[in-house]
Design a binder for this molecule. Structure first.
Ligand SMILES: Cc1cc2nc3c(=O)[nH]c(=O)nc-3n(C[C@H](O)[C@H](O)[C@H](O)COP(=O)(O)OP(=O)(O)OC[C@H]3O[C@@H](n4cnc5c(N)ncnc54)[C@H](O)[C@@H]3O)c2cc1C
Length: 401
């Protein structure tokens, strides 16, 4: 539960707005997909067999492409995402093209990914109203092993390591320069704590360079499940004020909780994550309050599916007389999830965008498995998405009776 009382100015229960973009047949398909994902055992067995089938080279691409991929991804390439971009735009929801190929680990791949990211930035520049942000992960353009060494054992870096790290810095600089040149806002996604200090430093250097003259181009991501993040947000704003630039901040809770806890336990250091969900929620709320109070130096994107957090942000904006469509405040969700939030916010005139993951079906499988797990039932409780889709089908049936 959110810690601050919120005024429910927009209803996230309105499924007629949330699913207006889906025909009856598309909605039935969405229902079937969520109904399957709602079965915990099916997700576990399904994931297991899909992994084996891929390894054996069995032809299951068609099946995945027409179910999970269609639900959570925009297409296999930038071009094939155009339909998703147009569909979202019809409801005034923006697209954030997210090149979701994972597990690259050599210099050639990192250069290739950089080229692909430059294309997403250019695509955004060519359709700024519909594609308001670009995004990337530093681990997509540099080796995690190296980033970890830079952060945790800088004294062990060899001249070769330094040369490789210089190339990572050059790729980051290239992306930010292109974004700045084309006036496209660019998110640095947040990652695991053992490489995040390096990502932060790269990002802050770019903010100081590009977030000047009234433009906020570079956005860092603050994971409020980390007990240090709230103070980091304040410190980065203080520094920016002194340095005469602005801060872009994507506020999220954080996605790597199990990994973080496991590593902290195994390596015997203090867990970087809050003790419980409530502490995370409290810090997220505090960050939203701080952000809305400091929009002179901050632009934010609320990267969340938490309805209370969105209500809190809306309430604070109303109290401060900040227009719903103020360009410094955005909301973002993932494609195929929390349409009740995205479409109802957009319907009320707020700035909203969806991450639209894309890439070859085989390459985005890890992303799809994570979404399937996230939407499976927890302790016998159906997922929110499943219940909302079901309710909309029932509403349409009742209307047609
Ligand atoms: C547009 C967008 C962009 C995103 N970008 C990033 C990113 O760059 N980096 C990143 O790491 N994640 C990112 N995420 C994922 C995000 O961090 C969350 O994992 C996800 O959105 C769920 O959190 P929530 O606020 O939506 O909702 P909620 O369901 O309210 O919160 C779930 C979250 O609460 C936290 N939590 C749960 N249990 C506990 C516990 N016991 N103790 C402490 N904390 C707990 C975890 O962070 C968990 O993910 C992004 C999400 C969106 C929608």
């Amino acid at each position: 539960m959110s810690t601050v009382q919120t005024k429910k100015s927009v209803s996230f229960e309105d499924t007629s707005v949330a699913f207006a973009h889906q025909s009856d047949s598309k909605l039935r398909k969405t229902y079937l997909i969520f109904a399957m994902m709602n079965q915990n055992w099916l997700v576990k067995i399904g994931t297991f067999f899909i992994k084996i089938a891929i390894r054996l080279g069995l032809p299951i691409k068609f099946l995945i492409k027409n179910t999970l991929f269609e639900q959570f991804c925009g297409g296999e390439s930038i071009e094939t995402c155009q339909k998703a971009i147009d569909n979202l735009a019809k409801a005034h929801v923006g697209t954030i093209l997210d090149y979701s190929v994972e597990g690259e680990d050599n210099e050639k791949d990192f250069d290739k990914t950089t080229q692909e990211l430059l294309l997403t930035i250019n695509k955004s520049a060519s359709q700024q109203a519909n594609i308001p942000f670009s995004v990337f992960k530093v681990s997509g353009i540099g080796s995690v092993e190296l980033l970890e060494k830079v952060q945790e054992h800088p004294e062990d870096l060899t001249p070769e390591d330094n040369a490789v790290f210089d190339r990572v810095k050059a790729r980051v600089a290239r992306l930010c320069e292109e974004a700045s040149r084309l006036n496209v806002r660019l998110f640095f996604d947040a990652e695991e704590s053992w490489i995040q200090d390096v990502i932060d430093q790269l990002c802050y250097d770019m903010m100081a360079k590009h977030n000047v003259k009234g433009k906020t181009i570079v956005y860092n991501t603050y994971q409020l499940y980390r007990w240090e993040s709230y103070e980091n947000l304040i410190a980065s704003c203080d520094k920016a004020r002194k340095g005469g630039y602005t801060v872009g901040a994507k506020l999220v809770r954080g996605a790597y909780i199990e990994k973080e806890r496991r590593r902290a336990f195994e390596m015997n250091y203090r867990d970087p994550i809050h003790n419980n969900k409530q502490e995370t929620d409290e810090d997220f709320d505090k960050a939203v309050v701080y952000a809305i109070d400091n929009l002179d130096v901050l632009s934010i994107c609320m990267g969340t599916h938490n309805e209370n957090s969105c209500h809190l942000c809306m309430k604070l904006m109303a109290e401060k007389g900040i227009a719903n469509d103020d360009k410094r405040v955005w909301f973002a969700q993932l494609l195929g999830m929390s349409d009740n939030i995205s479409y109802n916010l957009a319907n009320a005139g707020y700035n909203v965008a969806k991450y639209v993951p894309y890439g070859p079906v085989e390459a985005v499988m890890p992303y799809l498995f994570r979404r399937a797990e996230e939407n499976s039932s927890i302790a016998g409780q159906s997922s929110r998405e499943f219940l909302l889709v079901k309710r909309e089908i029932e509403r349409r049936k009742a209307k047609n009776c």
